[in-house]
Ligand binder design. Structure first.
Ligand code: NAP
Length: 268
């Protein structure tokens, strides 16, 4: 077995869908892998296939990232395995139902996986990466992170968190050689839709991307040093304009005086 110069990539939610494609692509790029998800059987099958195909070391660790002790186990691994250079925070669940048809406990579980686990894993790895001289973190957000009205609002909120957290990490780690990327997939053909209670077959096929194409585009964005990658967006200038509008707002979001349009009642 060859020793990889790229180091080890940890991919969460690697037992299927987008995460399994990341595992495949990163192994082919020369990373050794640690694959994390709940299904040991699926992880073992993927690990065996990728190790045979690429000659890389591929470890499969079953963990429920909504379970505190399982999550702590992966945090410890990220802190202590000095070979780890990359984390793909991909494990996540969604929902399509509106609030009136949703269960608060399920929403809490979704926040636990999409927000709390992603945050804790990032907090575990970042100091270690900084101490080791650098690395990379890829956070899988979603198009609904900037379009929360599209699906369930809590799902959109969790993905908006992932985007905001990634933008902040990028700023904080700019001089630490830790590359941060938020990926915003649109509808992608995976098991996600069955778990979320939706049906991808009902969407126009022109809206749905293959997981292979999604990950290849996202990794191309990573290679180009993008902080935010929207694989389907035809014109990057549209994101640049959105971002420029946000930057224009920022200096005016905290001022000592309220806007003249709100001083009307007081004057009257
Ligand atoms: P998927 O096929 O359902 O895969 C989800 C992965 O997460 C599976 O490997 C699953 O494995 C793992 N997972 C679920 N609950 C977990 C838990 N409690 N602990 C550990 N692992 C867990 O869906 P996907 O489309 O690949 O989703 C990957 C990411 O892309 C998610 O963050 C999702 O929000 C995002 N995304 C997807 C789409 C889309 O249309 N598909 C669009 C935008 C963003 P186990 O069941 O074995 O645990």
């Amino acid at each position: 077995m060859s020793i990889s110069k790229k180091g080890i990539a940890v991919v969460t939610g690697a037992s299927g869908g987008i995460g399994a494609i990341y595992a495949d692509r990163l192994a082919n790029r020369g990373y050794e892998l640690i694959l994390v998800a709940r299904s040991q059987v699926k992880l073992d099958a993927l690990a065996k296939r990728l190790a045979n195909m690429t000659g890389r070391s591929v470890k499969a660790i079953a963990a429920d990232l909504n379970n505190k002790s399982d999550l702590n186990r992966i945090e410890t691994l990220l802190r202590t395995d000095t070979g780890i250079t990359m984390l793909v925070n991909n494990a996540g669940v969604g929902a399509v139902a509106p609030l009136l048809a949703s269960d608060a406990d399920a929403m809490e579980d979704m926040i636990g996986l999409n927000v709390t686990a992603l945050t804790r894993l990032t907090y575990a790895l970042v100091p270690a990466l900084v101490a080791r001289g650098g690395g990379g973190i890829i956070n899988i957000s979603s198009a609904v992170g900037i379009g929360p009205e599209i699906l369930n609002g809590v799902y959109g909120g969790t993905k908006a968190f992932v985007l905001a957290f990634s933008l902040s990490l990028h700023k904080e780690l700019a001089d630490k050689n830790v590359q941060i990327q938020a990926v915003l997939p649109g509808a992608t053909a995976t098991n996600f839709w069955d778990v979320a209670g939706g049906s991808i077959e009902k969407l126009p096929s022109a809206m749905v991307m293959r997981a292979d194409d999604l990950v290849d585009a996202a990794l191309a964005g990573f290679d180009q040093g993008e902080v935010v990658t929207i694989p389907s967006l035809p014109d990057a200038a549209d994101w640049a304009a959105y971002e420029a509008a946000r930057q224009t707002l920022i200096p005016n979001l905290s001022l000592s005086v309220s806007s003249a349009r709100y001083r009307v009642a007081a004057a009257a």
